[in-house]
Design a protein around this ligand. Structure first.
Ligand code: UMP
Ligand code: MG
Length: 182
């Protein structure tokens, strides 16, 4: 099978990186939205309007993406997929302001998964045009040019995607059962 997996929010802990950075910024320190309270996919939308540009500036600055921590169990799961004979691709959308994000996504994959894994990266703003059997993604709705993408959606469980429709992966350690069930 061809398994497409998203990077931010699924392999790389974007949420943790954002909260950790907020702790170091005096005007945000006391206003941090805890993970369990996140309701919008876009983190800035969970903050009051006057703080949004400040929050957004965190993930636009150098080293934000490169320094993200790996989501627990993700590395093991990706290598298990390869051992099981699956094709694996990291299908990730760059920020519109791509300046640091694109290079650092590659550097992150190299550091955490090895250089060979960088060959598996597909940068795609529109994931509906990518062919695969499954797409594991945290975004509530993955939309694009095609209404009926070829992949089956697997929702990587997060507080902001509780209403999303699809098979749900709550923990990476469970990926085999979830894909079998789908
Ligand atoms: N992004 C988030 N969450 C936010 C704000 C921005 O994920 O709250 C960015 C990071 C990635 C892109 O560049 O949006 C999401 O890409 P995917 O994880 O959907 O591939
Ligand atoms: Mg994501």
């Amino acid at each position: 099978m061809m398994i497409l997996t998203d990077q931010d929010g699924v392999l790389a802990d974007f949420e943790l990186g954002l909260r950790d950075a907020c702790k170091r910024i005096p005007e945000l320190r006391d206003k941090i939205v805890e993970y369990k309270d996140r309701v919008n996919f876009s983190a800035v939308k969970d903050y009051p309007e006057h703080l949004r540009s400040r929050v957004a500036s965190i993930y636009h600055r150098p080293r934000f993406f490169r320094n993200l921590k790996m989501v627990s169990g993700a590395r093991k799961a990706l290598f298990e997929m390869l051992e099981d004979g699956h094709e694996v691709r990291i299908c990730t959308a760059p920020l519109t302001n791509y300046r640091h994000c694109v290079l650092e996504k590659f550097e992150w994959v190299e550091e955490h998964l090895g250089h060979d894994f960088t060959k598996r990266i597909i940068l795609a703003r529109d994931k509906t045009v990518i062919r695969g059997d499954y797409l594991i993604d945290d975004k509530p709705v993955v939309e694009g040019s095609y209404d009926s993408p070829l992949w089956k959606r697997i929702v990587f469980d997060c507080p902001y995607n509780k209403s999303a429709v699809g098979i749900r992966l709550v923990d990476w350690s469970n990926w085999r059962q979830v894909l079998k069930g789908g």
